[in-house]
Design a protein around this ligand. Structure first.
Ligand SMILES: [Fe+2]
Length: 328
């Protein structure tokens, strides 16, 4: 570049240095232009990624996947071979309007023998308790099917803390009016000829719903709350918190239906759910089916969200669980 000369008409002479400076300036300008372009491209890619993630999350929160499970056990009575349950959990009063209408239509196509609720259909915070959508949905379901309701930490909170006023009583009355059977540390046995099926709803004390950690269960806690499990017939436990599967199985639950972890909010390949609503990271039983010997637990990824209103790789889900008589 130094060989090139620039001729100044005003000064009527050549300036080598000017030419050199200009060429340097142009080189720098080109460099700056390239790095700016790089930043623009990175920005556009990041923005496109963010939009894609938000759209996917919106879709997963506003549509419901139906997941089916079959549980085979010799303890299932002949009369209950094929007994089909729809399992719902963690609605958190979400999904007003069209989504829940579509879900109702899906349930009608399944034509279940019963609807099992594994808790947290309401949204309970101090000063804010919402259960209108829960009432609306369960009223429609109870009109067609038996609905058995086990309490979650949100329902329990409304009942155990004075700060929630009369919310629990009002919600409970709505459930009674709708014809929903609320199993608040209660059991119910369905008999068909010589066969029977027992359903128990556990209302776990709030001390077991701590943030960030699992509190070990006191020995005898389940016996004190629920009595002794029925060993002579198939026994289903509606237990909102899946963290105590070993304790539920040891107590005698053949099948535990659970929720609470919202599938871990974001699900990653190989790693599973990332974070539970109590901010526990990588919870052990965040969604799906788990077996301990002859005992089974099925955990719903939930129908709604609260606090962290986000899902990714973790579609809202409705479960269909079918019992089969046989050797597993
Ligand atoms: Fe919960």
């Amino acid at each position: 570049m130094k060989d090139m000369l620039y001729y100044s008409r005003r000064q009527k002479k050549y300036h080598k240095e000017d030419i050199y400076d200009i060429s340097l300036y142009r080189a720098n300008a080109a460099e700056h232009g390239e790095s700016d372009m790089g930043l623009w491209i990175a920005g556009i890619v990041l923005a496109a990624l963010a939009v894609t993630v938000l759209v996917l999350s919106w879709y997963e929160r506003n549509h419901v996947a139906v997941r089916e499970y079959e549980v085979v056990s010799a303890a299932v009575g002949e009369a209950f071979d094929g007994y089909t349950m729809v399992v719902m959990a963690d609605l958190h009063d979400n999904g007003a309007g069209r989504r829940n209408n579509r879900m109702m239509a899906a349930i009608r196509r399944i034509h279940p023998d019963a609807v099992m609720v594994a808790g947290d259909m309401v949204m309970a915070r101090k000063g804010v308790c919402r259960y209108q959508e829960c009432v609306r949905l369960l009223r429609r379901l109870a009109f067609r099917y038996p609905v058995y309701y086990g309490l979650g930490n949100h329902e329990a909170r409304m009942g155990q803390d004075d700060a929630y006023g009369e919310s629990f009583r009002d919600w409970y009355q709505e459930m009674m009016r709708a014809g929903v059977t609320v199993l608040d540390d209660l059991s119910l046995t369905i008999r068909e000829g010589k066969d029977a099926l027992t359903i128990t709803g556990l209302n776990l004390d709030k001390m077991y719903y701590q943030k960030f950690k699992k509190v070990p269960m006191e020995p005898g806690c389940l016996e004190r709350s629920l009595g002794v499990a029925r060993r002579d017939e198939y026994h289903i436990l509606l237990a909102h918190c899946p963290a105590y599967f070993e304790e539920y199985a040891a107590w005698g639950a053949d099948l535990t239906l659970s929720g609470h972890y919202h599938g871990g909010t974001i699900r990653l390949p190989f790693l599973g759910g990332v974070m539970a609503p109590n901010y526990e990271l990588f919870p052990r039983w965040s969604r799906g089916r788990f077996d301990l010997g002859e005992k089974t637990m099925i955990v719903s990824g939930g129908l709604g969200t609260h606090s962290v209103n986000f899902r990714l790789g973790n579609m809202s889900e409705l479960l269909v669980v079918r019992l089969r008589r046989g050797n597993s």
